[in-house]
Design a protein around this ligand. Structure first.
Ligand code: ATP
Length: 266
């Protein structure tokens, strides 16, 4: 079964998002199929992170609905929203690690907070999650000692700690060199293909978008609404909206420029 024929995992209808009186986006509607990677695209400041916030419980929409597996998220009680949120795994832009905790303590944190597992079980799960992202040997390392790519992978291990139903990634490859970024993309594809994960991803890294996303939406900062729906490849090849074209061309130029750029370890 392809991603397109899978049941809908997330359904967003007619969202309006605002900070106080300032509307950031309106008329935002899309579906995400179970086991697919969905990209939220658009230029700087168009509202990608704001949309993500409204999906993970940090910003109530002004109007519209968000449904997970058919259940209205913002229509549910606060207690129920916490329960639904237990099924979310979130990877923040900089990895979002606690600097005073080692890598393994960071990954253990959600297990300690949200489960009644004993220490031995927590240790075993932490080892499993770190192995999954290739960070087994770095279990005792402090975040400050990690490279950018390792920090993202540690954040990913923590996002996976509670075996989430759905993963949200904010700029997973932002700030990484092309090789490290490609490794992270491969890891994200493994999560989809190996574990059947459903992933919502905010990104403006074109190579990454093209290689991993199955579908997506393009938000426009000027009109404050979505101007295109489709996979990044479809938008690149067929969309003639000027903002989308400008984004694709600019990101392509950036990619060419960065191809000879710096190389960090991962
Ligand atoms: N807490 C906030 N209060 C008021 N305005 C905000 C807040 N957070 C973001 N904004 C504004 O909302 C708009 C959208 O911001 P957002 O971070 O969602 O955009 P983005 O597309 O994720 O940008 P980028 O790609 O640069 O990260 C911007 O104009 C931003 O200044």
């Amino acid at each position: 079964m392809t991603a397109q024929t899978q049941p809908v995992r997330l359904e967003v209808s007619d969202l309006t998002l605002a900070y106080g009186p300032t509307v950031i986006q309106r008329n935002v509607s899309f579906n995400v199929a179970r086991g697919s990677i969905f990209a939220v695209m658009g230029g700087s400041g168009c509202g990608k992170s704001t949309l993500l916030k409204s999906l993970i419980g940090l910003l109530p929409p002004v109007t519209g609905t968000v449904q997970f597996a058919g259940e209205s998220y913002w229509g549910a009680s606060a207690e129920r929203r916490v329960e639904i949120g237990r099924g979310f795994g979130v990877l923040f832009q900089n990895g979002g690690l606690w600097s005073s905790l080692s890598v393994s303590e960071n990954v253990a944190l959600p297990l300690r907070m949200f489960t009644r597992l004993d220490e031995a079980s927590i240790n075993m799960l932490v080892r499993l999650k770190l192995a999954l992202v290739g960070l087994g040997p770095a279990a005792d390392v402090m975040p400050a000692e990690l490279s950018g790519g390792m920090r993202k992978r540690a954040g990913l291990a923590r996002a996976l700690a509670l075996d989430p139903d759905i993963l949200f990634f904010d700029e997973p490859s932002g700030g990484l060199d092309p090789i490290t970024s490609k490794r992270l993309d491969d890891l994200i594809l493994d999560l989809r293909d190996g574990l059947g994960a459903t992933i919502i991803l905010v990104s403006h890294e074109l190579p990454s978008l093209l290689s991993i996303a199955d579908a997506g939406i393009f938000l426009d900062a000027e009109t404050r609404q979505p101007v295109a729906h489709g996979s990044p490849r479809e938008l690149l090849e067929t969309c003639d909206h000027p903002t989308v074209r400008a984004f694709m061309n600019r990101e392509r130029m950036e990619t060419v420029k960065n191809a000879g750029g710096h190389r960090n370890g991962s």
